[in-house]
Design a protein around this ligand. Sequence first.
Ligand code: GLA
Length: 382
Amino acid sequence: MKKNNFFLFAALALQLAACNNGDTVKEKETAILTAKAGITEKPFGTFEGKPVIEYAITNASGMQVCIINYGGAISRITTPDNKGEMGDVVLGFDNLDGFLQKGNPYFGGLIGRYGNRIAKATFSLDGKQYTLAANNGVNALHGGNKGYDKVYWNIEKQAGDSSLKLTYTSPDGEEGYPGTLKMEVIYTLTSANELKIEYTANTDKATPVNLTSHAYFNLSAGADSTILGHELMMKAAQYTPVDSTLIPTGKIDAVAGGPMDFNTPKLIGRDIANVPGGYDHNWVLSRSGSGLELAARLVHPGSGRVMEVYTTEPGLQFYSGNFLDGTLTNTKGGKKYVWHGALCLETQHFPDSPNQPSFPSTLLKPGETYHHTCVYKFSTQQ
Ligand code: GLA
């Protein structure tokens, strides 16, 4: 294919696959002619009286990431396969109603104040007991009934046209957590096809903080209904075993060649039948320091798409989409999101840390700054 034709083809594929569903053919043609690196905006509905915009960041090679104000959610990630064909590799919805539906399992959302579970929805701090909403059986999950995936995030485009700055201030006592938490999340799409997520937060009272992102990946971009044929590597010699309600027992076990061992890449479907309920655990990353380090590598052999995960955090929750059951509505293109239809790789601190004195602390005190960086890097292999 001639170079110019290639670019036109790439732009066409991008626009057809990307954030412009529902536009007229004429609008699409205009979009094709203007497709270039930068940030575009498209109305996506209204939430609590405020406009929800879908921001699309496109880089020079045509990769695109879309973010919405509702939940600060990643609504789309379009990356090339090993033949250069673009495809959307995250689950999501065609419209805001999809995101707002009861039972939306946190698609793409920013999660907090405490991502993952807190046992019996309670913790003690400085001699005081705090009670949270028990929104997952008796436990608290992902920040409560209205976690940060269900609030309106302000979004500002940043100089350089490749980053968005999202801000949200969580009031003192929101969902039972102490202290006003001021947060900033920066999403950047780099020229090296990396989606970088940088979190910072400050508080005016001591509070537990564990922020993460809940994107559901399926690198086949719709070709495979499940992720059982994806190959996963996780750099972790240990994990935190859980009880029947998915609360860590407090032990740290070696993966030791068993079903939880992903140090050597293996198909997710290989051992999953030996893990009751499927994978939904926190791995203790084998780290050499506190900087950004490789945590996981995911490959979809059919398309050759590869995603590497880098983080500054000590843990990684690998969730194999065990609760997806095909019942969500307003899904992209009406697709059925079935059992194991996608997976999450959530960089984080360990679940239930506020009640587990042996785990790394998640306590943020006034005067300190919470920092967390996560990079999802996309590439291909033959
Ligand atoms: C997390 C949890 C899972 C599940 C999903 C959302 O990853 O660990 O148990 O609650 O979120 O459905």
